[in-house]
Structure formats: C-alpha cells, structure tokens
Design a protein around this ligand. Structure first.
Ligand code: NAD
Ligand code: TYD
Length: 354
C-alpha cells in the first residue's frame, strides 16, 4: 500500500487514475479538498475498494500518524501543495502553511513511523516529494536548461515555498537517513487541469466567448509535459530511484506563452469552430504582466533518462490535441468547477490587469 497526498488535485488525481490502470496495490489518498481539490476527478474509482480517500491536512500530525499506523504504507508520494503563482502573489500565507509547515509536519510524522519499521521495511521505504522546476529561478534565452545541480533561485512566494520544502526533504535524508526522492518537473498540462492555469483557462475562456488574457508580451517560455508522462516518471522514480537523489522531469518542449495560446486557438478552430466563423485568436488580449514574472524555464531531463530509463511518450502536438479534446468532451466537469469561488478569483486576478 502507498499513501499519496493532494491526489484530488490535477497531477495527483491523474497519478492515482494511472496507478489503478496498471496495479491493484491500494492507495490511501489524503487531501484537504481546498478549492483545487475535486472528488469528481476520482469519480471512476468510486467502487474501487483499493482507493481509500481521507479528507485531511498534511499538517495534521495526529491524523497522519493514525493513518500510517493503521495502513502501514511502503511509500508516500507528496503532491499536496498550494500550486498557483498568481494566488501566491495575492496571498502567500497558505503557501507557507501547506508547502513549508505542512511538509515539515508530514516529514516529522513519517520519520517517527519509518524509524519504527523493521530493518528491511526501513530500507525499502520511500518518501517521494513532488516539486517544480520553478525553484531554480529564471533562465536567459541563451542559458542551458536546468540540471539537478542548478542553484536554487526561487522568485515567487510559490517557488520559494516549494524550495523550502525541497530543502527540508533533503535535510531529512542527510540528517536522519529517511529514504527520500525529490522530483522537479516542468509545467504540466492535460485532463483535470484547474482552469486558473494557462492552458485550461484559454480553452474555457475561448469556448465561453471571453477574452484570452496574455500577460505582458507573451514571450515567456515554459517547458511543457503531458501530465501522464509526469505520472509515469514518478512511478519510475518510486521504483528505481536512488534514495537521496533528485530527478528533473521534463518533455523537451519549450514554448512561448503566445505560441501556446495560438496552438489552442487553432485546435479549437478545427474541433469546435466559432459560430460566426471567425478565428478564436481574435479573442486574445494582452494584459498587465505578472509581478516578478520568470522569463524562461527549461528542464534538462537527461539524468532520469540515463539512470532510470524514463522518457516521455507524448509530443507536445499529440498531448495538446488530446487535452483540448478532453475539455470539449468534459463540459460538465468544467461547468461544475466554474463555481462562485472560481468566479471571485477570476474577478480578483484579472480586473486589475485590464
Ligand atoms: P493542484 O493545485 O491542482 O492540487 C493540489 C492538491 O493538494 C489539491 O487537491 C488540494 O486540495 C491539495 N491540498 C492543498 N493543501 C493541502 C493540505 N494542506 N493537505 C492536504 N492536501 C492539500 O496542484 P497540481 O498542479 O496537481 O500540483 C501537484 C504538485 O505538483 C504540487 O506539489 C506542485 O507544486 C507540483 N508541480 C506542479 C506542476 C504543474 O504544472 N501543475 C509542475 C511541477 C510540479
Ligand atoms: P501558469 O499556468 O500559471 O503556470 P506557471 O506560472 O506555474 O508557469 O502560467 C503559465 C504561463 O502563462 C506563465 O508565464 C504565466 C502565463 N499566463 C498568462 O499569460 N495568462 C494567464 O491568464 C495565466 C493564468 C498565465
């Protein structure tokens, strides 16, 4: 049995769905169900007795200790986090609480549990911490992609809080010997992506006839990975990764934001043309930039390929087509997500950029 945290969110729910597509090993799924957590993502597991959902906070030491004692997992995969840069700019507090303090409390409880295991169980145990390329800061156009040795230079409250959690995870290995793995992944996209992030926001806004807000000049570069490739990399690191090691995960798909928006528009023109026959790109609106906006991220994913044999299976072209089609096929999911609290966030983030 494994325990995952934050698996009612975007990447975690994809991970659990993929897990059960190839394994019947039970998963305890601990999630606080913040605005980003959505049990609808896991609806297909409703009758699966091997999926045990528990609503709770990674920082709740008594709850986590009880779950560990009861279920005795062989591994933890920590997805739980506050994950949206723009929200971290408006209100960093939750990011510090969950990403830093929450991860610290989780590590403390896991350390106590792990030290009570038998020698063989201790050796085989893994704590896999899911992190981001944003901890490395911003690259100039000519600089090489981030390797695992790139120095940490986080620039937003989100990336600073993730950097802090990475350091704690590292320290628990170095000081206490906890068998940890850290994965630093580039931007994900795919099914169940919450429409506050670039790609799903553009799809949802385009279809609703709203404007497509591009921050600044739209020339910021992100390195995109289809979410199911991220999930396969995490499974690979969990099974074959060496404790104490860091693995960068990426899809070798650097794209400027404006190119991403044009691609989404082109796919929608093909798959669901506007009723007036005009192209969706006419809805693009350049808006005020994000403060402290990182210019470029790029992941050098050669270590995980060389040492663990992992490679992505989707290209950007195949992955983005599947993604746009998924949103077209899952309008009910989209409509249920666009609740009152979602509308308040959109109002807050975009009103001042107009
Ligand atoms: P998300 O915001 O979609 O989901 C986060 C989940 O964590 C939600 O289900 C939420 O309810 C849960 N959660 C939040 N606080 C919690 C707490 N205190 N206790 C328990 N659960 C809590 O995020 P995501 O995009 O799925 O990202 C998952 C992880 O992957 C994060 O750690 C993020 O930093 C990392 N990551 C994300 C990306 C990306 O492109 N989305 C890329 C690299 C790394
Ligand atoms: P986002 O999806 O928030 O991910 P991250 O900030 O973690 O990379 O944003 C991806 C890029 O898209 C980032 O450079 C900001 C930009 N962006 C826009 O231009 N407009 C938007 O409305 C949003 C949400 C993001």
């Amino acid at each position: 049995m494994i325990l995952t945290t934050g698996s009612a969110g975007f990447i975690g729910s994809n991970f659990v769905l993929d897990w059960f597509a190839q394994s019947d090993e039970p998963v305890i799924n601990l999630d606080k169900l913040t605005y980003a957590g959505n049990l609808e993502n896991l609806a297909s597991l409703k009758d699966n007795p091997n999926h045990i959902f528990v609503q709770g906070d990674i920082g709740d030491k008594a709850l986590v200790a009880k779950l560990l004692a009861l279920h005795r997992p062989r591994a933890i995969v920590n997805f739980a986090a506050e994950s949206h840069v723009d929200r971290s700019i408006h209100g960093p507090e939750d990011f510090i609480q969950t990403n830093v303090v929450g991860t610290f409390h989780l590590l403390e409880v896991v350390r106590a549990y792990w030290s009570g295991l038998s020698d063989a169980e201790m050796t085989n145990f893994r704590f896999l911490h899911v992190s981001t390329d944003e901890v490395y800061g911003s690259l100039a156009k000519s600089e090489p992609a981030f390797t695992e040795n790139h120095r940490y230079e986080p620039n937003s409250p989100y990336s600073a809080s993730k950097a802090a959690s990475d350091h704690l995870v590292r320290a628990y290995h170095h000081t206490y010997g906890l068998p940890v793995l850290t994965t630093n992944c580039s931007n994900n996209y795919g099914p169940y992506h919450f429409p506050e992030k670039l790609i799903p926001l553009m799809i949802v806004n385009a279809l609703a006839g709203r404007s497509l807000p591009v921050y600044g000049d739209g020339q910021q570069i992100r390195d995109w990975l289809y979410v199911k490739d991220h999930c396969s990399a995490i499974r690979c690191a969990l099974e074959k990764g060496k404790p104490g090691e860091v693995y960068n995960i990426g899809g070798w798909n650097e794209k400027a934001n404006l190119d991403i928006v044009h691609t989404v528009c082109r796919l929608l023109d093909e798959l669901q043309p506007r009723s007036d026959g005009k192209p969706y790109r006419e809805q693009i609106a350049f808006v005020a930039d994000r403060p402290g906006h990182d210019r470029r991220y790029a992941i050098d994913a050669r270590k995980i390929e060389r040492e663990l044999g992992w490679k992505p299976s989707e290209t950007f072209e195949t992955g983005i087509r599947k993604t746009v089609q998924w949103y077209l096929d899952n309008q009910t999911w989209v409509n249920n997500v666009l609740s009152g609290s979602y509308r308040q966030w959109i109002e807050k983030n975009y009103a001042e950029r107009a």
